[in-house]
Design a protein around this ligand. Structure first.
Ligand SMILES: Nc1ncnc2c1ncn2[C@@H]1O[C@H](COP(=O)(O)OP(=O)(O)O)[C@@H](O)[C@H]1O
Ligand SMILES: CC(=O)N[C@@H](CCC(=O)OP(=O)(O)O)C(=O)O
Length: 277
């Protein structure tokens, strides 16, 4: 790289730190109103450079069922055979990724869809219990330069959580884990997790309440009592890992709340905040 190109890439990486990562869950994608994408596009125009990582678990399950392929989860991770991996890649990096990119563009935004396997964007290795879950990956590195290049050109990267290793092996990565790793590696201060509930909820005297904030200790307690379960577990685990690095806070919100992203970025108390102490 010549000096000018090197300086430009460096500047794009520096700028990327002031952006934010938004993880969008498969549970909520279909329910997201156009107004959600208007808000996202408004933030892009304001120079906030959103970086999107998306899920698509329900769509993967639907397609596997249609194809007559059995699927099961082991501690929240999909058991991923070679056959399942083909479907995961097809659904995540194909239909879901392109659907999100299209919705952003239809609201006037600039977006480019990428699989985590493109350009070694998300580098991965087998998870420790791979004997049990198959081709499921943990993130080892993120190609921040590629993300910075895309945002530097004025486009919003929309990333599917498929990983790759140096030998070209693909991995299925939980989307919360992938989003947390992208946020940590590019060094943003905030990650917003958009899902189908208004935050982490707890039963208080028989009434379900959204917790405005939770500590790591409270999260561990709620997991052990079963108050946090299923798909919420990878979210809070990714949040705990994130806030040990440069990420200052992770906010879990409902994507159907009006202007939810702008409100979080403006510091409004909405959803559940998991912050560095
Ligand atoms: N304490 C909790 N508060 C709110 N939701 C919880 C809690 N524990 C578990 N959940 C579950 O987590 C779900 C969100 O996770 P998931 O379905 O995987 O969403 P996504 O597709 O957005 O990743 C909620 O719909 C809810 O069923
Ligand atoms: C290893 C693993 O479980 N990967 C997930 C990837 C998609 C995902 O995480 O999507 P949500 O955010 O919608 O749950 C899966 O196969 O369902």
């Amino acid at each position: 790289m010549n000096t000018t190109a090197g300086n430009t890439a460096q500047a794009a990486l520096e700028q990327l730190r002031s952006s934010f990562v938004m993880k969008c869950g498969g549970s909520t994608l279909a329910a997201l109103p156009d107004a959600f994408f208007d808000d996202l596009v408004h933030l892009q125009r304001d120079g906030r450079q959103p970086v999107i990582v998306h899920g698509g678990g329900p769509a993967i399950s639907d397609t596997l069922t249609k194809l007559g392929i059995e699927t099961e989860f082991v501690n929240g991770l999909r058991r991923t055979t070679e056959e399942v991996l083909d479907v995961v890649e097809m659904v995540l990096a194909g239909s879901i990724n392109k659907q999100i990119v299209r919705r952003i563009m239809m609201r006037g935004g600039k977006a480019v869809g990428l699989s985590g396997a493109d350009g070694f964007l998300i580098q991965a290795q087998p998870v420790s219990n791979s004997a049990e879950v198959g081709w499921v990956g943990d993130v080892t590195a993120v190609n921040a330069e590629l993300i910075g290049g895309v945002t530097g050109m004025g486009y919003m990267p929309v990333i599917a959580p498929v990983g790759i290793d140096a030998g070209g092996q693909r991995y299925n990565i939980n989307a919360d884990t992938a989003a947390g790793a992208v946020a940590s590696h590019i060094g943003v201060s905030r990650m917003i997790v958009v899902t189908d509930v208004p935050g982490i909820m707890r039963n208080v005297n028989g009434v379900k309440k959204v917790l405005p904030s939770v500590t790591v200790r409270e999260i561990e307690d709620m997991i052990s009592t079963g108050e946090i379960y299923g798909g919420m577990i990878p979210k809070v685990r990714a949040a705990i890992t994130c806030i040990q690095g440069e990420v200052r806070e992770v906010v879990i919100v409902d994507g159907t709340e009006p202007q939810v992203l702008s409100r979080v970025l403006n510091g409004e108390n909405i959803g559940t905040r998991i912050a560095r102490m």
